[in-house]
Design a protein around this ligand. Sequence first.
Ligand code: FE2
Length: 669
Amino acid sequence: MAEYTLDVTTGSMTHAGTFDNMYVTLIGTEGESERTNLTNFGLDDKTGKVGTYSVTSLLSLGCLLLLKLERDPFHESPQEDWFCSKIVVRTREEDETIFPCYTWLSRGETVWLRGGRATKAFEDFHPQLADQRRKELLKQKLIFKWEKYEEGMLYILNIQDPNAIPAEIRFSFSKAFQFKYLKEQMEAELKLKGLINSTEHWKSFEAMKGVSWFKKSPLSEYVSEHWKDDDFFGYQFLNGVNPFVIQRCSKLPANFAITEEMVKPFLANGSSLTAEMEKGNIFITDYKIMEGLPTRVIDGKTATVTAALCLLYLNPEKKLLPIAIQLGQQPSEDNLIFLPSDLESDWLLAKIFVRNADTIHNEFISHYLRTHLLAEVFTIATLRNLPTIHPLHKLLIPHYQHTLHINILGRALLFGSGRYLEKISIETDGQMELLRRGLSQTTYASLCPHENIAARGLESIPNFYYRDDALRLWNIINSFVKAIVPYYYPSDSEVSADFELQEWVTEIFYYGFLRNVDSGIPSSFQTVEELIKFVTMVIFTSSCQHAAVNIGQFDFLGWIPNGPLSLNHAPPTTKGQSSMETILATLPNKSSAGRSMAILWQLSIKYEDSVPLGTYPEQRFDEPAALQMIKDFQAELSSLNVAITKRNADLELPYINMNPTKIENSITI
Ligand code: FE2
C-alpha cells in the first residue's frame, strides 16, 4: 500500500474558503490513485488554512506526473468559488512535491496541476505530460485572444468586461472594494463642492488649493508652492513623472529660431550658446510628436496642445533652467520665442504650454502605451504560449498580476464615451494618432534604460535621480535574470529548441510591435544572452518603469497648473498682453481640474494588496536553487532601498518613485 499525504492550502484573501467537497486523483508513471474525497468535516478549506489529507493506492504510483483536482458540482453552501493556493504531496519516504495551483475553482470545475521542477516542452518525455501541456495551451488560447486596438496600433485583449476574465487575474475582492469606494468618495467630495459640472474658471490660484480638503501629499504641497520657479520647472524633466523627453543638445534644430543674442543674458557671464553646447550644458525637450493633432472644443473654445520646443541650460550651480521656449515646430512671426526676461505672465504661460505637452506625453506615451499596453502584450503572450510549468511562466506571471484588469477598467473609465479623457485638449482620434506615433517610435533600445539614457546624452548630467535608480534597478533585475534563466537554459541550443518560447516572442513582435523590424524587438531568440536581456526588459517595464511614471502622478500633476491636460486658449502671438487672469482663463475649468485631481489621487495611492518588487507570495518554483536566487534578488533590492533612503535624506526634494519598497511587482493601477 502506498500512502500520500496532501497539504492543501486555501488562499488567504477574503472569501477564498469553501465547505464544498473536493476530490483529488494522483497520476504517476506507474498508475493513478483512487479519486479521493478531501473531507475532514468540511472545515479545513477556510481562508488561509492548510488542510491535511491522505490518498492511498495499492501500489506505488511511481514518479508523480499530475494532480487532478475536482470540485463537487453539487452543494448547497452559499460560497461559490474556492481559491486553492497549492497542494504539497508527501510520500512515506518524505519526498515532497509542490503542485502550485493559485486558481479559483467554481463548482464542478476540474484543474490539472503539474508539480516539481519547471520544464520546457522538449523535456516532457512522458506522453501524458506532453498531452496535458498541449491541452492547457489550447484552453488558454480560447480564453485569451488578440484584438486589434485600432488601425496601426498594437493588439489588446479581446475582453471588454473585467468580470469576464478568469478570477485569479482579476482584482481581489478587497482591492475592487477599495477602488470603488475611493471613486465614490472623490465624486461625493467634488459634488459637494459644486465641481462636478462647473464650467467656471478659477478666480485665483489660492482658490484652486481648496479643490480637495483631504487629498494632499508633502510633494504636492511643495509643487503648489514652487510650480512657477524655473529651477523646479527644469528639475521635473529629470525627476518628475516624465523623465523621457529631455536630451542633450549639441546642435540647435533648424526650426528652433533662437539666436545667440536672445539667450546670452541667461548664460554664465561672457559665455555663449555655442560654447555651452560644446561643454555639454545645453539640453532640449521637443514635443514634435504633438504636431497637428486635432483638438476639441471645450465650453465653446478650441482647446490647444502645442508641439513645443524648450531649451534648457545647466548652470554653474548645477541647476537646469529653461532659457527659451517656442510653442510650435514652425518658426514664424506669430510663433514667438519666449524668454525668462519676458513679462512674468508671458513666460509662465509659455511654461504652462510646455507642461501641458509634457503631461499629455507622460499619460499617453510614457505611461499608457509604454508600460500599461506593452505589459498587456507581454501578459497575453505569456498566458497563451507558456504553460504554468514553464520556467518563464513561473518567473513572469507575478509581474502581470492585475494588469489585464486595470487595462480593461482604464479603457472603460478613462477612454469611453463621456469619460475623463473627453475633457482633454486632444480629441479621441488625435489621442489614438498620438499612441500610433508613440508606438512607431518605441524601440527595444528605448525600453532599456542604459541605452535610452546614452542615446539622449544624459550619462553625466548631475542630480538625475531617475537615471541613477533606474540603472541600479535594471542591473539588479538583470543579475537575477542572469542567474535564473541559465539555470533553466544552460545552452543556446535549449533556447532555440524551445518552440513555446519562440512562439511567445514571435507573438510579442507581431502583436505588440506590428512586425516592425526597425523597432529592434526580436522575433525569435537564438542565444541565452538575448533571452536574458529581453526578460530583464519585460520585468523592468512591468514594474520599475511603471512606478517611475505612475507613483508621482498626484504629487507632480495634482496641482493642476503644473500638469494641465487641457488648455482653453491658443498661445499668445504678441508679448506683453497677458496677465494672471489670462493664465487662469487658459487653465482647465473647475470641473476638469477637480476631476483630474481626483483621478490622479486614485491612481497614485497604494492599495492594500499591493505586492512590492521581488516579493513572490505565490510559491511557483519548487527548486531550492531558484528559491535562493529569489532571496538574493530580494537582498539586493533591500540594499538599494537603504541606499535610496540615505540619499533622499539629504535632498530638499526626495526622489521616491523608484524606491524598491514603493515599486509594485506588476502594473495594477
Ligand atoms: Fe498606471
